[in-house]
Design a protein around this ligand. Structure first.
Ligand code: PNS
Length: 170
């Protein structure tokens, strides 16, 4: 039997949104296993809401019923992490044309660094096209209802974070 095809879906996932969830479920159609990999802060420019471990836990909870999805964290270069989980495919979601420039740059850089790695771009369902972790953080911090934009385990954590004094807000 051929080796299982493992795809890594990397990102900051702060937090995982319904758009990310949609991309993961689509990725299962082209990969046997999908590793949703949270990048550590030094590679991220954006200010965070949740710590890396909490982001991983929320991903784990969201896909608790899907044995082909696992949640992980990684430090350093994505292309160095891929062989550790036996992956040769990177999955990224592209929502809008604005996403495309950044995504193509990253895909080309990753290809120069690791020529055997292919990046696959998946389009989310249109209702997720405007949803991003950044906007979810903003709306939540300002008291808006983010329930349509995040999976239930993420919503629970956001509500808890907002209810606790001194919460890490954007
Ligand atoms: O969700 P994001 O913030 O758009 O994800 C960006 C991410 C984590 C995929 C990117 O920053 C990344 O791959 N970081 C790991 C470090 C690395 O390999 N950088 C070079 C990529 S071209």
């Amino acid at each position: 039997m051929a080796d299982p095809r493992v795809a890594v879906f990397p990102g900051s996932f702060d937090p995982l949104t319904s758009g990310h969830e949609d991309i993961v479920r689509r990725a299962l159609a082209i990969a046997d296993r999908v590793v949703v990999a949270v990048a550590h802060a030094p590679t991220q420019s954006k200010k965070g809401m949740f710590g890396v471990e909490e982001r991983v836990e929320m991903i784990r909870e969201t896909f608790a019923g899907e044995p082909r999805v696992e949640a992980a964290e990684f430090q350093g270069l994505l292309v160095d992490y891929l062989p550790r989980v036996g992956a040769t495919v990177v999955v990224r979601g592209v929502r809008t044309v604005a996403d495309w420039e950044y995504e193509l740059q990253m895909a080309m850089m990753n290809r120069r660094l690791a020529p055997a790695v292919e990046t696959v771009f998946l389009a989310p369902a249109p209702e997720h096209a405007f949803v991003s972790g950044t906007l979810v953080r903003q709306v939540a911090a300002l008291g808006g209802d983010v329930s349509p934009f995040v999976p239930a385990p993420v919503l629970r954590r956001i509500r808890a974070a907002m209810a606790s004094p001194g919460a890490n807000r954007p």
